[in-house]
Design a protein around this ligand. Structure first.
Ligand SMILES: Nc1ncnc2c1ncn2[C@@H]1O[C@H](COP(=O)(O)OP(=O)(O)O)[C@@H](O)[C@H]1O
Ligand SMILES: [Mg+2]
Length: 416
């Protein structure tokens, strides 16, 4: 049974706008006012794929409704409007439940339609329906998690350690050799040179697009703004000029990166070396943080500092070191001990190969496919693929867990 109906518990005016959008997309939008309404609806119809709840106006009613969505064998994802303040707290905990999603007011009905659509695609065939025989299907349904791409950021607070080189070449290798769909994001709004090192001049940036969007009222996703490189990677640049980045609201950027995971298998983010607000929200969303470290004291010191910051941010278990220019007889286990991070791979020093490839506007993966350093990069990618979904971002609790400290479905036991 297709999950094409959406239960909506929003105020009437918002319901009108949102249901019009959903109807246009071919979904049945059903208004529910009370938890009883929802209960009746859920027993009557098995095709409710998503419920839009209002966690801002009537929290008690919303908790009751949320419980109903997860009662017995049901597991219907909620798309919930929450106060901006609450959303901050939830993502600070880094524990957003994978199936549920959150948004804040003001929002556009059209953006909700897009999110509902994505949620319906992910939730298409729930495992319990297959087990209980409601849906007969020949092939196994992929789980929600196997659909969601991974956010991998490449970061070290020191410059020149190989962040951009690794981001560009890992993206190319995953796309070209591993047949993955990859979005490569240049989040370095100050010294970023991802696009130029791939020979892409004057690409449309997120700052450009969002400035236009503010006039037209149309919101574009990252996949729409990104430019395709010849190697198949979608390349996205945040801003061309470091002076005009006010429009890049950190949360909006992070939300857009998260949304891109529905379209891409990997979102690889090259970062500017700082601990500012933009980087902090992206850290929170990352499944893995690759930390290139060259075997020299300044780079090692910077990595130790990062480890300490990561402990404070509660993201230490997402860190993975990549020892770059690792051909000076340096012992990886010594580096691991000193830096206090496990090493995911080693990349040897490749002379001028990376520079030569960049001068030709290509990744070294395409330009020098037979070189040993590309084997190193392939090993790194194989390990990224083998350890995908192992990040701490995946061990989240549900909505109730965040607010009450446990998966308690009894609304009367909620936190006040
Ligand atoms: N393994 C390597 N072998 C040879 N040159 C490298 C290697 N890694 C990085 N480089 C070179 O080092 C310079 C700095 O690398 P880059 O990726 O720009 O560092 P970051 O982004 O951390 O500032 C670049 O010229 C790059 O080509
Ligand atoms: Mg760089």
């Amino acid at each position: 049974m297709p999950r094409s109906a959406v239960a909506i518990a929003l105020p009437p005016a918002e319901f009108a706008a949102v249901s019009a959008q959903l109807a246009e997309a071919g979904y049945d939008a059903i208004y529910v006012e009370t938890a009883e309404d929802l209960e009746v609806l859920l027993t009557k119809r098995r095709d409710i794929g998503v419920a839009i709840l209002d966690g801002e106006n009537d929290f008690d009613r919303t908790l009751e409704m949320y419980s109903l969505l997860h009662e017995e064998d049901r597991n219907i994802p909620a798309l919930m409007v929450v106060a901006a303040r609450a959303l901050d707290r939830m993502s600070l905990a880094g524990k957003a439940r994978v199936n549920d999603e959150y948004f804040t007011r003001p929002y556009s009905a059209e953006s909700l339609r897009w999110r509902v659509e994505a949620m319906l695609i992910r939730a298409e065939i729930p495992a319990e329906d297959i087990r209980s025989g409601i849906i007969q299907t020949g092939s196994a349904a992929p789980t929600a998690d196997s659909h969601r791409g991974q956010i991998v950021i490449v970061f070290n607070p020191k410059g020149g350690v190989g962040k951009t080189t690794i981001a560009v070449n890992v993206a190319a290798l995953l796309q070209v050799r591993k047949a993955q769909r990859v979005l490569l994001v240049d989040c370095d709004t100050v010294t970023g040179h991802v696009a130029s090192s791939l020979g892409m001049e004057n690409v449309r940036t997120v700052a450009d697009a969002w400035t236009e969007d503010a006039d037209t009222g149309v919101t574009e996703s990252f996949s729409e703004i990104a430019s395709p490189h010849l190697n198949g990677v979608s390349v996205l640049v945040m801003a061309e000029s470091p002076l005009h980045t006010e429009i890049l609201d950190p949360r909006r950027v992070a939300d857009a990166i998260t949304a891109a995971c529905l379209v891409y298998d990997w979102v690889i983010v090259d970062m500017h070396p700082d601990y500012g607000p933009l980087n902090q929200v992206i850290f929170e969303r990352a499944d893995k943080i690759i930390v290139p470290v060259t075997p020299d004291v300044p780079a090692i010191r910077a990595a130790v500092q990062l480890r300490e910051v990561a402990v404070e941010l509660g993201i230490r278990d997402r860190l993975a070191m990549v020892v770059n220019r690792a051909n000076s007889g340096v012992s990886v286990s010594d580096m691991e001990r000193t830096v206090g991070m496990p090493a995911l791979a080693e990349i040897r020093s490749a002379g001028m190969l990376f520079v030569r490839a960049a001068n030709e506007g290509r990744s070294a993966v395409e330009r020098f496919p037979k070189e040993k350093v590309i084997e190193d990069l392939e090993t790194l990618c194989d390990r990224m693929m083998a350890t995908r979904d192992s990040g701490a971002a995946k061990s989240g609790q549900g909505f109730l867990g965040i607010f009450s400290g446990g998966r308690n479905t009894n609304p009367s036991m909620r936190a006040s």
